[in-house]
Design a protein around this ligand. Structure first.
Ligand code: NAD
Length: 485
């Protein structure tokens, strides 16, 4: 099946006349052919978004919200079907793809409610008979560029706030998961959104992404992906509003005296959920020396039981593609060369001769400065580092360039608050894993994880709106601020 771009309310073939394939990572079979779009397609999409902008901007926000409700209702109806498509195209296990669709439902629901808020504030003017307030205005044409690991939720996290704030959209999904994007676009189309408000263009980062970033009619870029591409976008975008949600090197700290079963469960979920391909994946575990051996024994015992295979039946699905397998394999070699000890896993696997599978892998006796403890691997590999005490653990936790999520298992209040207050991350979990965001809280990170924007919650509204200060003078004379006579 050949899928098309969605521009100005129509499904169109690319000007390039070229297509690319998206593969099922468990079977290596194609799931469809997609438009390998070029700059001309992107320009068309941006033009249509620009034309639609005044109509959408001028529609009252509670009216805009009605479209978001329809999208939310349709997502609920289609949840199971979408979750199964996602297993086929992205590979993660069904219970997680259901969660991905649920996150999309949640954000459309939350942002539809924002249609009746979108608050500004009022304040007192320093002058008499003058009223002061702020209002939120949309930014304009927004280009959304997304990765493949949450192919429904991440686009939804951008589309819902962008729409409710009154922006128009050109969306470019990852070329590893274009089918999920097309299915989401079909649902958005069903809501009856005015033509041109939402546009979808598939294709490479180089051809499609570059035009989005540099086109002068685009006012904002919202990007989720790797640090490398995020930095490149920031350099190229010039004076545009740029939101960056980048990688992570997240950590779970395990104190002595904790419920070790609970901590082990959290590490398995954090390190091997989504086959380690989450920006919030727990790729480091810093363990108190007193319980390290016991913790490792319990962890390995549990991990041995995990079954690799298709996301429809197994505990751990495949990696996204061959490149990801090579990347994980190379970090296993690096880990061994650096002197850490392989406790479990370490190998790429095929099932019936096919698929990009990789064993859940545990390294121990790792040192914080090792590459496997510093670089984002984005595979099912976790490194265990020993700490003498919780002060040292907190320092090790911060010893990376990234700052998305951290977690601590502890019964000690001071340790918990030290991790909250001194941990250099945008998200902290106490007594749970590094993953599990909820849509009404801000999502994002510090340091190499981003440039200060946050998605979801009210912060998601900040990303997609401009705040305007309004001075309303009803004195009937020229009044000058700062006491100028
Ligand atoms: P990626 O950076 O390779 O690609 C992301 C998107 O950027 C894709 O759509 C890609 O086509 C596009 N792109 C590539 N080159 C481009 C260019 N030159 N100009 C414009 N666009 C370009 O990342 P990925 O492999 O798809 O995703 C994995 C990364 O995403 C990991 O680093 C992960 O941590 C990160 N991620 C972050 C979050 C977060 O919220 N912080 C969430 C999920 C994933």
């Amino acid at each position: 099946m050949v899928y098309k771009n969605y521009i100005n309310g129509k499904w169109l073939s690319s000007d390039s006349k070229k297509t690319f394939d998206s593969l099922n990572p468990a079977t290596e079979q194609g799931v469809g052919k997609f438009q390998k779009s070029d700059k001309i397609d992107v320009k068309k999409a941006i033009k249509s978004a620009k034309k639609a902008f005044p109509v959408w901007r001028d529609m009252p926000a509670p009216e805009r919200a009605k479209y978001l409700w329809k999208i939310r209702d349709c997502l609920i109806k289609e949840k199971e079907r979408l979750a199964k498509i996602e297993v086929k195209e992205m590979g993660k296990v069904l219970k997680e793809t259901r969660g991905d669709v649920q996150e999309a439902i949640d954000i459309f629901e939350y942002m539809a409610g924002e249609g009746r808020r979108l608050f500004g504030y009022t304040t007192k003017s320093e002058l008499p008979d003058k009223f002061a307030m702020t209002v939120r205005n949309p930014v304009g044409v927004c280009c959304l560029i997304t990765p493949w690991n949450f192919p429904i939720a991440i686009p939804a996290w951008k589309i819902a706030p962008a729409l409710i704030c009154g922006n128009t959209i050109v969306f470019k999904p990852s070329s590893d998961t274009p089918l999920c994007a097309i299915e989401l676009a079909k649902i958005i189309e069903k809501s009856g959104l005015p033509k041109g408000v939402f546009n979808l263009v598939t294709g490479s980062g180089k051809d499609v992404g570059d035009e989005m970033i540099t086109n002068p009619d685009v006012r904002a870029i919202s990007f989720t992906g790797s640090k490398k591409i995020g930095e490149l976008i920031l350099k190229k975008a010039g004076i545009k509003k740029v939101g960056l949600e980048l990688g992570g090197k997240n950590v779970i700290i395990v104190d002595k005296d904790v419920d070790l079963e609970l901590a082990v469960e959290g590490v398995i979920w954090g390190a091997f959920g989504t086959t380690g391909q989450r920006c919030t994946a727990s790729s480091r575990v810093v363990v108190h020396k007193n319980i390290k051996k016991k913790f490792e024994d319990m962890l390995v015992k549990r991990v041995r039981k995990l079954k690799l295979g298709s996301g429809l039946t197994a505990d751990i699905g495949p990696l996204i593609n061959e490149t990801a397998v090579k990347k994980s394999a190379s970090y296993v070699s690096i880990g061994k060369e650096e002197g850490s000890r392989l406790l479990h896993g370490g190998k790429a696997r095929k099932i019936k001769g096919k698929g990009y599978f990789f064993e859940p892998t545990i390294f121990t006796n790792c040192k914080s400065e090792m590459k496997i403890c510093q670089e984002e691997i984005f595979g099912p590999i976790v490194s265990i580092i020993e700490a003498k005490n919780m002060d040292e653990a907190t320092k090790i936790a911060n010893d990376v360039d990234y700052g998305l999520s951290n977690a601590v298992y502890t019964r000690d209040m001071k340790t918990a608050f030290d991790v909250i207050n001194k941990g250099e991350t945008g998200i902290t979990y106490i007594n749970s894993s590094t993953i599990g965001a909820e849509v009404h809280l801000p999502f994002g990170g510090v340091k190499g994880t981003g440039n200060g924007t946050r998605e979801a919650g009210i912060e998601g509204i900040n990303e997609f709106s401009e705040t305007k200060a309004v001075y309303f003078d009803y004195s009937g004379k020229l009044q000058k601020a700062q006491g100028i006579e």
